[in-house]
Every structure is written in structure tokens, then in C-alpha cells.
Design a protein around this ligand. Structure first.
Ligand SMILES: CC(C)(COP(=O)(O)OP(=O)(O)OC[C@H]1O[C@@H](n2cnc3c(N)ncnc32)[C@H](O)[C@@H]1OP(=O)(O)O)[C@@H](O)C(=O)NCCC(=O)NCCS
Length: 156
């Protein structure tokens, strides 16, 4: 497995991975694709860093993170997804570790991740806790009745 910078030809594979997870609604997928398109159209932009993980068969996951606007050294992990067939094999951990090594090299202080409290995301939350993130805040019923925004954070 190796990690490299996202390129234009990865777009459809990433869309396939996002859809295959079954985790994201159409409007969320549209936002994820918008960021890919922005990175394609503006290769010099620095707001969104996008990397993919691939093995001999092709892409198995991707991560998108970037500096949180108006902060000093705080970064958002905006998106991470691993294809269902490759989940549970360390791909997600490798992507998060890769991001953290990159960020540590540029004096980043904190990483923030927002997710949902729906039971579907229990495994995702467990994954973040395993990577050393803790629940820093919770916005009750933020997304919809019964669905909180859970904010994870890690000091680098
Ligand atoms: C969350 C996700 C990125 C994790 O990637 P992954 O490659 O499956 O995770 P890994 O195999 O690297 O797991 C790393 C650790 O997290 C734990 N973990 C991963 N998924 C887990 C789950 N569903 N339940 C409990 N623990 C889990 C693993 O056991 C592992 O622990 P270890 O370090 O002790 O071995 C992936 O499952 C995914 O794409 N999920 C759907 C999309 C999603 O939720 N994205 C984030 C939206 S906010």
C-alpha cells in the first residue's frame, strides 16, 4: 500500500469509494466532489490537501484535510473514506498517520474532525479514538433531530 498526492484521473475512483461506503448522502457526496474539483482546477491551492492510498489493484482510500480558516496551526480533517473491501486492514490508520506526520512537519497544533452521532458512525468514532482523538464537543441535534455533531480533536 502506498500513499500519493491526488491527481485528476483519481476522481472517479474516489467517487466510487465514497459511494461504496454507503455512509454519505447525495448532498455530502456533492461537497466531497466539489473539493476534488477545486483541487483539480486550482493545483496551487493550499486549503485542501488530498492524498490517496493505492495497492496493486488500484485506489483503496483517500483523505482530505486542510488548515482551519482564521486559526493558527489548527487543521480540519474534512474527509476520509476507505473502500469497504479494504476496511479493517490498516488503510485508514495509515492515511491519518500520514496526515499527522505532514502536519507535524509544518508546526500544526491541532486536528479537528466533525462527525455524526448516528449509530452508523459508531465504528468511525471508535476508529478516531483508536487514532488518539477525543470527543472535544458535541452539538446536540445539529444535523437533524436525534443526530448530534460530534467534534473530535487531537493535539499533535
Ligand atoms: C472509518 C474508516 C476511514 C476507517 O478506515 P479503516 O481502514 O477501515 O480502519 P483501520 O483498519 O485503519 O483501523 C484502525 C483502527 O481503528 C479500528 N477500527 C476501524 N474501524 C472500526 C470499527 N468500525 N469499529 C471499531 N473499531 C474500528 C481498528 O480496529 C483499528 O484498531 P487497531 O489500531 O487497534 O488495529 C473506514 O472504515 C471508512 O471509510 N468508513 C466509512 C466512511 C467514514 O466513516 N468516513 C469518515 C466520515 S466522518
Amino acid at each position: 500500500m502506498s500513499i500519493r498526492k491526488f491527481r485528476q484521473s483519481d476522481r472517479s475512483s474516489i467517487e466510487g469509494i465514497i459511494r461504496a461506503t454507503g455512509f454519505f448522502a447525495e448532498m455530502e457526496i456533492a461537497v466531497a466532489l466539489e473539493l476534488l474539483d477545486l483541487a483539480i482546477q486550482k493545483p496551487d491551492q493550499t486549503d485542501y490537501e488530498i492524498y490517496v492510498s493505492e495497492n496493486v489493484e488500484g485506489l483503496v482510500g483517500y483523505i482530505c484535510y486542510g488548515p482551519t480558516p482564521c486559526t493558527q496551526g489548527t487543521y480540519d480533517l474534512y474527509w476520509i473514506a476507505v473502500s469497504p473491501a479494504a476496511q479493517g486492514k490498516g488503510v485508514g490508520a495509515q492515511l491519518v498517520d500520514f496526515m499527522e506526520v505532514n502536519l507535524s512537519a509544518c508546526q500544526a497544533r491541532k486536528v479537528v474532525i466533525e462527525t455524526s452521532s448516528q449509530p452508523l458512525y459508531d465504528g468511525t468514532c471508535a476508529f478516531y479514538v483508536k487514532r488518539g482523538y477525543h470527543e472535544a464537543a458535541r452539538l446536540k441535534e445539529f444535523y437533524r433531530p436525534g443526530d448530534d455533531k460530534v467534534i473530535f480533536m487531537k493535539d499533535l
